[in-house]
Design a protein around this ligand. Structure first.
Ligand code: AHM
Ligand code: MG
Length: 331
């Protein structure tokens, strides 16, 4: 009989190999438990009429879905119980939430259910998170950390049951939910790297926005699009998930030419702390790169607010570098 390696078994040995404390394991256990509950509610939500709107608007002027509320309550509950988190920033709350007055060691930034437009179709959504560590010596440091300071980031793809975790300076690993609701590392799985062979590379962006992108981005797309397959699910968690396996580039450029100027998003749509940084950090650990509309590395951006927005180009390094060059050419 062969048994797969459970996630906790993998993490325990990872922490011991690197001579690190078990606090991080407690935090990951809480995150993982939350993910399983979200998975359960998502899978059964249609049967309980839980896939519609909650009737409220969140701090970002977006309609809240019942599932967004459920997922957020689940994550906060388990984070609080873990006693490991000082501050949590969630997509659903305007300000960072102070959790554990004394014991906390970590800052966590999360989107409990990314890809809201997929909810009513039961299509893939994601619980995305990024973790930074408290400065253990000296005064408590800032709550909003740049991506370069992250220690880990991950995406639970729901309801598909796949968990991608990137650990600082260590790599990217994937775990699958088995029949016992345990995340396991399949025996044949390796550290995940973005494939170098461009034959499978994909481009992923919302094509209905393309006329609203800058002239530089439009010209780049015209020159490159015929070489690659085009895929778009409408949930960063899902789109980035397949991009990591196949290579290519996901982008959500700034919207600057909308026929209705009030719909322009010159700063981009995605949120830095719990969307762009998560993808950028995972991409870095898989050998890739991520930049914003100015061609700056996403991981170097200093967050100005909990819900700081940014344009995002993330994926295989050659494509991201070619876009960086184009974005900077005419500046
Ligand atoms: P959400 O967190 O409210 O679901 O929004 C973020 C999502 C991303 O998952 C996805 O990449 C993007 O917004 C899709 O936007 P659009 O519908 O404009 O293509
Ligand atoms: Mg989101």
């Amino acid at each position: 009989m062969k048994l797969e390696q459970s996630f906790m078994d993998f993490m325990l040995h990872h922490q011991e190999r690197h001579n690190r404390s078990y606090n991080f394991l407690v935090l990951l256990e809480a995150i993982q438990t939350a993910a399983k509950y979200i998975q359960y509610f998502y899978q059964t939500g249609s049967l309980k009429n839980m896939m519609g709107e909650a009737g409220a608007v969140n701090c970002q002027d977006e309609n809240v879905m019942k599932m967004d509320d459920i997922a957020d309550a689940i994550v906060l509950h388990y984070l609080r119980r873990s006693n490991q988190v000082i501050y949590a920033v969630t997509e659903e709350e305007p300000e960072p939430i102070r959790l554990n007055e004394d014991g906390g060691r970590y800052f966590i930034y999360y989107d409990p259910l990314d890809g809201s437009s997929n909810i009513k179709h039961n299509l893939p959504v994601g619980f995305m998170f990024a973790v930074a560590k408290r400065n253990l010596e000296g005064p408590e440091d800032g709550r909003l950390r740049s991506g370069a300071e992250l220690r880990a980031a991950g995406i639970f793809l729901i309801p598909n049951g796949v968990f991608t975790l990137a650990l600082a300076d260590t790599g990217v690993f994937r775990f699958h939910l088995d029949e016992t609701m345990t995340y396991v590392r399949p025996e044949n799985s390796e550290r995940l790297m973005l494939p170098e062979d461009p034959r499978e590379w994909e481009l992923s962006f919302n094509a209905s926005n393309r006329t609203n992108f800058s002239a530089d981005v439009r010209s780049w797309i015209e020159e490159h699009e015929a070489k690659y397959a085009f895929r778009y699910m409408g949930a960063l968690a899902g789109d980035f998930h397949r991009l990591l396996s196949n290579g290519g580039m996901f982008m959500y450029p700034a919207i600057v030419n909308h026929p209705r100027p009030d719909r322009n998003r010159p700063k981009g749509k995605l949120r830095l702390l719990y969307e762009a940084n998560v993808a950028a950090f995972i991409a870095r650990e898989a050998g890739g790169a991520a930049i914003d509309e100015a061609g700056n590395d996403i991981l170097d951006i200093k967050p100005e607010s909990p819900h700081h927005r940014t344009a995002l180009y993330v994926g295989s390094r050659p494509l991201v570098e070619s876009m960086r060059k184009r974005l900077r050419e005419n500046k």
